[in-house]
Write a protein of this length. Structure first.
Lengths: 387, 359
């Protein structure tokens, strides 16, 4: 026996078996105890509850939702809400971050100072404090009767009302796709080798292509507008409440603003790092070739910086996506809040936690996969340098 | 013939300004726009926070509402709630002293003389014990105060310190397990680390605070505070383990091989060769992780703790100060800012200092 233990192979196998076994035992014991405890409360385990109706409402949903809908529908709503808030937050944070990051790398010292102040202030205050702050600020806006009016956008304590087009849903969707097509067309025209003109002298063609696609979008909107109504529906006061327009609830706006500002301060640092990593020689070489400063920026500096920052940016995006779970602090029904409410109302604790983990794993993995794809597409190709 | 090295004439002050901010017309416009924005914002802020602000409580909330600027009277009236929460009024000096202990502890651990495993362990062990005794009492003639009455800044600091205290050794363990040569051990640990890292902290805190009691035998459930601390330590350690692992990968393989050739045992190799060098490599990222984890401590407000954010909500949430939320949040943000900013500046300083040798 002792001799057997002296054998390293045996010892290693034993060690691993004990390690994995004890971890597995811990998990199994936990699950067993939980099932026992839950059974005592009259909760049967299993995923049957997914098809029962919930009996409670969600405060924010992009899809139609009533208290009669089953749990699986609510989970779907939660995931879509998380993705929606996440993407809005990501886009806003990227815009803020790019502007501040460019200010920090600019040659103007005053702009640098401004960028640095922004980053230093907003990076060092916890996100949830910022969420609370914006939420309190919006909740303390005047009531609809005394709303602030900013060029047709009404700021009230019930949310921010923006003008909405009086256009049918299908036409809206088609128009949105036309806008995406416009962006894709502009990018494609900039890269393709089928045009006679050299890359970099196609601004006119690009603009024309983009404008044509945008005109298509406008035409679709005009065709799909609801008859007898003005094209834009401005919110207006009727009685004690506001009618018309599109209402952004305070929870959503507070979270989106906070994520944009806080995330922007992190992305600004990533952008700055990316631009700093571009060698000075590259830019000097481009300038000495006679390229204009704008083309040095778009053809040399930006692509190289983008390459350096994309992997870090991907991590930051995943982090921001997870930050949407702060919704529970102000009552925005994101995926996590739906899970928490499910546990409260149905008691299906283990199943709900399992769904939560699976959901976030899926979101994170798909984000990582998308960014790996982009990263591969723009990374330095092995033979590019030697040509 | 005598050689005279002539430096170009130093530009005068005006010329220097012109070169830095008005070199080209575009630069000049940019400078002027930036200057205008900054002056405008600074003036607005100063005017709000200082010139037309109310600082005393004599007028009460009414005087505040009449003023155009900030209402710092809410802080003057409610600072005890914000800083100490529901801690008994007569004992709040203990809470203040406990917070001071944490500050001293943090400052001590920033001094390189304390950067040996034993010294840092002593500082943190003694500091946390002192903190705990001060807060909880029940000995040395201090009246007993249960954890449920802790709140405000002291609770925030307590959660942060204990998270680091449990999380850091755990992180080193996880990192060592992950680089183990035994495939099953390294793979299982990797799976745990990646699973924890892919989840949001709030969901882990929620699981530990509310769901875990179902899955634990009665005698192991314990206080909610300690369950949440364990959860947050687990989260911290999963991130920190990857940082430590990164530091270990920066140590050349020859170091460990040499140690092996000298006949050192596993413990000696790890404790004397690998970890000291790995920790040095990982130091900037570690400080960054401490900064992040201090900010994330504020999330415990969601599972119902009365830490500084919740006590701030309570400070303006009741009755007469309802309008003064901006001032309360500004005050709390300032406290966080002081802690986080000084720590991250220190991290940046260390990074610069350490990169000197590598140039």
């Amino acid at each position: 026996m002792v001799r057997l233990l002296r054998n390293q192979k045996v010892r290693n196998a034993l060690l691993q078996a004990v390690f994995v076994g004890s971890l597995a035992a811990l998990v199994i014991a936990g699950v067993l105890i939980a099932r026992q405890n839950l059974a005592r409360q009259g909760i049967t385990s299993g995923f049957d509850f997914l098809f029962k109706s919930t009996g409670w409402d969600v405060s924010f949903s992009l899809l139609p939702a009533t208290a009669n809908d089953p749990y699986w529908w609510y989970f779907l709503i939660g995931v879509i809400n998380t993705l929606f808030l996440g993407s809005v937050g990501l886009i806003l944070a990227t815009i803020v971050g790019t502007v501040v990051g460019l200010a920090r790398t600019s040659s103007n010292e005053l702009a640098q100072l401004m960028g640095r102040t922004y980053v230093d202030i907003f990076r060092n205050i916890p996100l949830i404090l910022q969420v609370f702050f914006w939420y309190a600020l919006i909740r303390h806006l005047p009531t609809p009767r005394a709303a602030h009016d900013l060029w047709g956008v009404l700021l009230t304590s019930r949310g921010i009302y923006i003008p909405a087009p009086n256009v049918g849903g299908a036409a809206m969707l088609a128009a949105a796709m036309a806008v995406i097509a416009a962006i894709a067309l502009v990018l494609w025209l900039g890269r393709t080798s089928r045009l006679g003109r050299p890359v970099g002298e196609r601004l006119g063609v690009q603009l024309a292509g983009g404008a044509a696609a945008l005109a298509c979008a406008a035409a679709i909107l005009a065709a799909g507008r609801l008859p007898d109504l003005p094209l834009l529906d401005f919110p207006s006061l009727q009685g004690l409440n506001l009618r018309g327009g599109f209402r952004i609830p305070p929870e959503f706006s507070a979270l989106a603003i906070a994520i944009a500002i806080y995330g922007g301060s992190y992305i600004a640092e990533i952008v700055r790092g990316g631009f700093k990593s571009v060698g000075k020689g590259q830019m000097e070489a481009a300038l000495s070739l006679g390229l204009s400063p704008w083309r040095v920026f778009t053809l040399v500096r930006l692509p190289l910086a983008l390459r350096a920052m994309l992997p870090i940016l991907a991590n930051q995006y995943v982090w921001l996506m997870k930050a949407t779970t702060m919704g529970i602090a102000v009552g925005f029904t994101d995926f996590f809040m739906i899970v928490a409410l499910t546990i409260n109302h149905s008691g299906q604790t283990l199943e709900a936690i399992g769904i939560l983990m699976a959901g976030f794993l899926a979101i994170n993995l798909s984000l990582a996969a998308i960014f790996n794809r982009i990263n591969k597409a723009i990374a330095l190709k092995g033979n590019q340098l030697r040509g | 013939m005598e050689m005279v090295a002539l430096a170009p004439p130093a530009p005068g002050r005006l010329e220097d300004l012109r070169r830095r901010f008005f070199a080209t017309p575009l630069q000049a416009i940019l400078s002027l726009i930036c200057l205008a924005i900054m002056v405008f914002l600074a003036w607005k802020l100063l005017n709000w926070a200082v010139f037309s602000a109310v600082f005393t409580t004599t007028g009460g909330p009414e005087a505040c509402q009449a003023a155009a600027g900030a209402c710092w009277s809410v802080i003057a009236a409610r600072w005890r709630i914000i800083l100490f929460g529901l801690y008994p009024y007569d004992e709040q000096w203990r809470s203040a002293l406990a917070c001071l202990t944490v500050v001293v502890m943090t400052v001590l651990s920033c001094i390189p003389a304390f950067w040996t495993g034993r010294r840092i362990a002593i500082v943190w062990g003694a500091g946390t014990t002192l903190f705990y005794v001060l807060m909880k009492g029940g000995m040395l003639g201090l009246p007993y105060v249960g954890e449920e009455a802790w709140g405000g800044l002291a609770l925030t600091l307590f959660i942060f310190v204990t998270t680091c205290l449990i999380g850091f050794p755990l992180a080193i363990c996880l990192a060592l397990l992950r680089r183990s040569e035994l495939p099953w051990i390294s793979r299982t640990t990797g799976l745990i680390i990646d699973a924890v890292r892919s989840l949001p902290l709030i969901s882990i805190l929620f699981t530990f605070a509310i769901v875990l009691p179902f899955a634990l035998p009665q005698w192991l459930i314990g206080d909610k505070l300690y369950r949440v601390i364990v959860g947050s330590a687990l989260f911290f350690s999963a991130y920190q383990a990857e940082i430590v692992r990164g530091g270990m990968q920066g140590v050349p393989a020859g170091q460990e091989e040499a140690a092996m050739a000298l006949g050192m045992s596993y413990r000696q190799r790890i404790g004397r060769i690998l970890l000291p060098q790995a920790m040095r490599n990982a130091l900037p990222a570690t400080i960054n992780q401490f900064v992040i984890s201090f900010k994330e401590t504020s999330l415990v407000v969601i599972v119902g703790f009365f830490e500084i954010l919740a006590s701030g909500n309570a400070a303006y949430g009741t009755g007469e100060w309802r309008f003064a939320y901006v001032e309360v949040y500004a005050f709390i943000a300032f406290i966080y800012f002081v802690f986080v900013f000084s720590l991250s500046r220190y991290g940046a300083f260390l990074e610069r200092r350490m990169s000197v040798g590598e140039r």
